[in-house]
Design a protein around this ligand. Structure first.
Ligand code: ADP
Ligand code: 5GP
Length: 192
C-alpha cells in the first residue's frame, strides 16, 4: 500500500489557507482528509466541534501535553493553545488517506522536520500586510484588538516563508486555488 502523504498549509492568519484547504478537500480524487487539531480557544459561531477543531479547555489541553498526545503544539496566541494529535494523524493514515493540515508556521515546520520523506510544506503568502488586515476585518470573526495581535504576529511569521517547500501567493483567489490544486496533485501522484 502506498504510504499516505502529509500536506501542510501554513501562513499568517487571514492569508486564506482555510479557504484553500477547503477547496482541495472538495476534490475526492486527491483522497485528502483534514487533520482536526485540538484548540483551547473559543468556538466561532460558524464552527463545529469535531469538524473544524476539537475544542477543549486549557486544562484538558495541558493534560494532553503531559501525556505526550501531541505530535506538535503551540501557544499560537497568549492562552490559546493549538496542537496536532498523534491519534488523529494515525487514524487518517490508517484509513488510507493523505492528510492535510492547516497549522501555524512553527507547527508546520515542526511536522515537516518529523516527516521529511512524505510531507510537503506550503506557505500561503498574502499579497501584503495591508491586504491581510482587510481580509481579517472582512471575515468579521475577531475583535479589532485580536486583529491587531494577528497582524503583529504576521510580520514575524512572514520571515519563515523561505523555510517552506513552496510559497503560494494568494492574491487572486481563483488563480491560487488552481495553483494549490496543481502543487498538491503533483506531489500526491509523484512516485515514492
Ligand atoms: P486563514 O485560514 O489563513 O486565516 P481564511 O481562509 O479564513 O484565512 O481567509 C481570510 C478571509 O479572507 C476570509 O474571509 C476569506 O474569504 C478571504 N479571502 C481568502 N482568499 C482571498 C483572496 N485571494 N482575496 C480576497 N479575500 C480572500
Ligand atoms: P484560528 O484561531 O484562526 O483558527 O487559528 C489560529 C492559528 O492557529 C492559525 O495559524 C492556524 O493555522 C493555527 N493552528 C490551527 N491548528 C493548529 C495546530 O494543530 N498546531 C499549530 N501549531 N497551529 C495550529
Amino acid at each position: 500500500m502506498q504510504k499516505g502523504k502529509l500536506i501542510i498549509f501554513s501562513a499568517p492568519s487571514g492569508s486564506g489557507k482555510t479557504t484553500l484547504v477547503h477547496h482541495l478537500l472538495s476534490h475526492p480524487e486527491l483522497n485528502l482528509a483534514f487533520s482536526i487539531s485540538a484548540a483551547s480557544r473559543e468556538k466561532r459561531p460558524n464552527e463545529i466541534n469535531g469538524k473544524d477543531y476539537y475544542f477543549i479547555t486549557p486544562d484538558d489541553f495541558k493534560e494532553k501535553i503531559d501525556k505526550g498526545e501531541f505530535i506538535e503544539w503551540e501557544e499560537v496566541y497568549k492562552n490559546n493553545f493549538y496542537g496536532t494529535l498523534r491519534s488523529e494523524v494515525e487514524r487518517l493514515l490508517q484509513a488510507g488517506k493523505n492528510v492535510i493540515f492547516d497549522i501555524d508556521v512553527k507547527g508546520g515546520l515542526n511536522i515537516k522536520k518529523q516527516f521529511p520523506d512524505n510531507s510537503l510544506a506550503i506557505f500561503v503568502q498574502p499579497p501584503s500586510i495591508n491586504a491581510l488586515k482587510k481580509r481579517l476585518q472582512g471575515r468579521q470573526t475577531e475583535t479589532p484588538e485580536k486583529i491587531k495581535i494577528r497582524i503583529d504576529k504576521a510580520n514575524e511569521e512572514m520571515k519563515y516563508a523561505q523555510d517552506f517547500d513552496v510559497i503560494l501567493v494568494n492574491d487572486n483567489l481563483e488563480k491560487a486555488k488552481k495553483e494549490a490544486y496543481q502543487i498538491v496533485s503533483g506531489f500526491i501522484n509523484q512516485p515514492e
